[in-house]
Design a protein around this ligand. Structure first.
Ligand SMILES: Cc1ncc(COP(=O)(O)O)c(C=O)c1O
Length: 423
């Protein structure tokens, strides 16, 4: 086996996606402006049944657009506090910091990896008593499982908080039959490399609020397209990954990947600056048309992708019963799309490391309360000990791939490997 069994490394890319990216290399006139951006926005709007959708070059830029629009309409003021869950990626608190707002971390729950609504209330009350200004909450639907939206909405209403949904993991998931991304003032989605659909980098804002939409549109028009070089980097990603790096992974492909990233021929998902709370120059930016073309093509595959994820999740669930791992819980009113299949084990970090040594590239979301692991928690405003459940989960969680390229026989190999460590 030369190719690794991997949760990452361009997981959603199929041969037609690679060919599409390759064709685009020779059509630079379609890279920036173009009709596909609007088509993607319209398709998204239709799919979610919402009034407005705006495309950006990432979920990070999309969240920046929402926050800037809230600041412009004076729904938020500089230094206001935005509550968000720990057991997240630095891509969530960073846009908050970059907008001149303050992240306040709320603990998550063991049973669904999502925000703990009791701790949310506690933190709101605490910050108010300490003279803080908690004004908004970002709710993450971790791994594709919707948060308990009814309770979240209740708390937001009671404390007059703006509700923003982080749907980066959860395109297509539903809560009581209603799609995530339609519950709050606004929502954002991600099309980055390991997400539900992928254009390497990309994101979308969704909202039903016409005033907010007007401000987001102004923001979108005022910012620029990413550079030619940056767009080229993203187009090269599926091509080099699938035609060169993955087929040779165990021989020299993994070193090629490092080399290409070092030479800036390929981009990284997270810039080193972000681990210190600093904004890279390519945020916020519009979505380039070339990436909209890739995203649109993937969007047409969404139902198939999510059906496959659910099937593999069922397989993992059945196969890992009584194997010493804690399995995800089911919530009848919430439809989980299983972007990743999370498991818990006291030795999670060791298992991930051993797996990588054997070319089972098991997922590590999240091995820190604000991931990736080498993020400077103090720079991101996280206080050690403030979210004990998130800290515990970050020691115990590993995740299994469910993407379209994972076959059941590969899933069976992972389970076999995991069982050697389970008990
Ligand atoms: C939970 C979560 N929210 C938001 C984001 C940001 O999305 P993007 O990578 O498109 O900026 C990510 C991924 O990085 C994420 O995992």
């Amino acid at each position: 086996m030369i190719k690794p069994i991997s949760i990452s490394l361009s997981p959603n890319t199929e041969p037609d996606d690679v060919r599409l990216a390759f064709g685009l290399l020779f059509q630079p006139w379609r890279w920036f402006k173009g009709k596909e951006i609007k088509v993607l926005e319209k398709e998204f709007q239709k799919y979610l049944g919402i009034k407005h959708a705006f495309a950006f070059n990432s979920g990070r830029s999309a969240l920046m657009a929402i926050l800037q629009a809230l600041l412009s309409s004076e729904a938020l003021a500089k230094e206001d506090e935005v509550l968000l869950q720990a057991f997240t990626c630095n891509a969530v608190p960073n846009p908050v910091i970059w907008a001149g707002l303050k992240p306040v971390y709320v603990d998550c729950r063991e049973d669904d990896y999502n925000i703990d609504v009791d701790d949310l209330e506690r933190k709101i009350t605490l910050r108010q008593a300490q003279g803080g200004r908690p004004r908004a909450v970002i709710v993450q639907h971790t791994f594709g499982l919707p948060a308990d939206m009814e309770k979240v909405q209740e708390v937001c209403k009671k404390h007059n908080l703006v509700l923003i949904e982080d749907c980066a993991h959860a395109l297509g998931a539903t809560y009581k039959g209603k799609k995530v991304g339609t519950f709050g003032k606004a929502a954002f989605f991600s099309f980055s490399r390991d997400k539900v659909i992928s254009s390497v980098y990309g994101g979308m804002v969704a909202t039903n609020d016409s005033v907010l939409a007007q401000n987001i549109q102004t923001f979108q028009q005022e910012i620029e397209y990413p550079s030619l070089f940056w767009t080229l980097q993203q187009l090269l990603h599926p091509i080099l990954m699938n035609w060169l790096i993955l087929p040779t992974y165990r021989i020299f492909g993994k070193y090629l990947l490092i080399l290409f990233q070092w030479l800036h021929i390929l981009s990284k998902a997270v810039h080193w600056k972000e681990k210190r709370g600093i904004k890279p120059s390519y945020f916020p930016k519009r979505l380039s048309n070339a990436l909209a073309i890739l995203a649109l093509h993937q969007f047409q595959k969404l139902e198939r992708f999510n059906a496959h994820r659910k099937e593999l999740a069922k397989f993992y669930g059945e196969q890992s019963k009584n194997s010493g791992y804690i399995l995800p819980q089911a919530f009848p009113e919430r439809e989980h799309i299983f972007l990743r299949f999370p498991l818990r084990h006291a030795k999670a970090h060791e298992i991930i490391r051993k797996g990588w040594e054997r070319n089972f590239l098991i997922g590590d979301w999240y091995t820190s309360p604000v991931a990736p692991e080498d993020t400077r928690l103090d720079a991101l405003g996280y206080i050690q000990g403030s979210c004990p459940t998130a800290e515990k989960l970050s020691q115990e969680t590993l995740n299994l791939p469910t993407h379209i390229r994972m076959k059941e026989k590969d899933a069976a190999k992972i389970i076999e490997f995991l069982k050697t460590y389970g008990t």
